[in-house]
Design a binder for this molecule. Sequence first.
Ligand code: HEC
Length: 125
Amino acid sequence: MASFSNAVGCLATAILLLGAASVFAQTYDPMAAARKPARSLLGAENAAAPNPEFGGLPDSAGAEETFYQCTACHSTEIIKQQHLTDARWDYLWDWMVKEQGMVEPDEETKELILSYLKGNFSAGP
Ligand code: HEC
């Protein structure tokens, strides 16, 4: 329960930082606080706070691009629950394009999203 309280504390701080409760209310994700303690088990480099504006994806470079690329078809939940390998993310990208008809962005954006996914949701190479 201690870590849950911490998460609630962080959330409260986030609300204060936003300084606009109405903006927060529109994007409030009731699961964000509950998931946060689990994230911290992944290690310091993965400790970016979930951004409610981007479906609760960890707020680091590439979060916005990933959100817009990937939520055309499904929510961010399917991404956040993964602990895949880097190779599996490469495979899944191709699968999403070939089998699901995902429209590929330019090469630079693709690299940004893939390194974001590997940086935040990978168990290793
Ligand atoms: C064109 C539609 C589409 C887009 C865009 C899309 N996906 Fe998917 N994705 C799917 C479908 C359909 C499934 C299968 C869902 C199911 O099994 O219920 C899926 C499943 C997944 C899975 C689960 C795979 C597994 O092994 O169970 C992950 C992870 C995933 N997508 C990640 C992403 C990421 C990351 C992006 C953005 C780079 C993305 N998706 C963009 C359609 C899409």
